[in-house]
Design a protein around this ligand. Structure first.
Ligand code: CAA
Length: 258
């Protein structure tokens, strides 16, 4: 595994833990951090021994947003020609399931990055927000779209228009996070959850990720048909044979994991 400046990457069995590590800037997501997250997850995605990622930050901040200092002097032409933030699309195309483990601030691009993950586990002190309006800008890493799909128009509109932060309780109530965990136990719980996912059939987990994500992009009829076709193709996998045989024989399945 390559070495990085702004992230730490560790593997524990079949789980890879990617930690945003720019403490002086509260893990603000500058261009280098984006490129490192993209590169690390590309390498890990290609590794059949890895079944799930955990993306996390520090106790104080998952990430306090895109790097304001890096952007502040840029012109519209530069932002457009560089297609600023477009690199994150590569992160969202990873096939391995990704859990965001969020302690502290997930603001602006930090909240948007957490929402790019497959689901969020929040520490009980986590705070989520889209404060871009306070800087005279708007969300630019998908926040207006993913937040609206996650929490609905009313709360997304209120958060983006006022910049108000919500705490972990409100985030869970609104459907933004899957579960709240005491802050000190968050990483361990995220790793345990990732280990559970990584213990399943990898082909089935990849299919789950694909069909649940399709719910964002298709109407109900097309989505249900797509799910059914992918379900049918699961019967081409050895893991389907093994999983069902194990159930019938009352034993644990021995999945291929690749
Ligand atoms: N970009 C660059 N640097 C940042 C940063 C950011 N998003 N967030 C924090 N920092 C830096 C601060 O400038 C400070 O650096 P210095 O010590 O060199 O001054 C350091 O991190 C510590 O921050 P604070 O002293 O501000 O810490 P605090 O505890 O007083 O406040 C905070 C914490 C409320 C999160 C505050 O840092 C804050 O409001 N940060 C900005 C949040 C924000 O506006 N995020 C949106 C960014 S724009 C965006 O993300 C666009 C998009 O859609 C992708």
């Amino acid at each position: 595994m390559s070495s990085y400046e702004n992230i730490l990457v560790e593997t524990r069995g079949r789980v890879a833990i990617i930690t945003l590590n720019r403490p002086k800037a509260l893990n603000a997501l500058n261009d280098l951090t984006m490129r490192e997250v993209v590169a690390a997850t590309a390498e890990l995605d290609a590794n059949p021994e890895i079944g799930c990622f955990v993306l996390t930050g520090s106790e104080k901040a998952f990430a306090a947003g895109a790097d304001i200092k890096e952007m502040s002097e840029k012109s519209a032409t530069q932002m457009y020609t560089l297609d600023w933030f477009s690199g994150w699309d590569q992160f969202t195309s990873r096939r391995t399931p990704v859990i965001a483990a969020v302690n502290g601030y997930a603001l602006g691009g930090g909240c948007e990055l957490a929402m790019m993950c497959d689901f969020i586990l929040a520490g009980d002190k986590a705070k989520f927000g889209q404060p871009e309006i306070n800087l005279g800008i708007i969300p630019g890493m998908g926040g207006s779209q993913r937040l609206t799909r996650a929490v609905g128009k009313a709360k997304a509109m209120e958060m983006c228009l006022t910049g108000r932060m919500i705490d972990a309780e409100e985030a869970e109530r609104s459907g933004l996070v899957a579960r709240i965990v005491p802050a000190a136990e968050l990483l361990d719980e995220a790793i345990r959850t990732a280990e559970l996912i990584a213990s399943k059939s990898k082909v089935a987990a990849t299919m789950v990720k694909e069909v649940v994500n399709a719910a964002y992009e298709t109407n109900l009829q097309q989505g249900v048909l797509y799910e059914r076709r992918v379900f049918h193709s699961a019967f081409a996998s050895e893991d389907q044979k093994e999983g069902m045989a194990a159930f019938v024989e009352k034993r644990e399945p021995n999945f291929q994991h690749r």
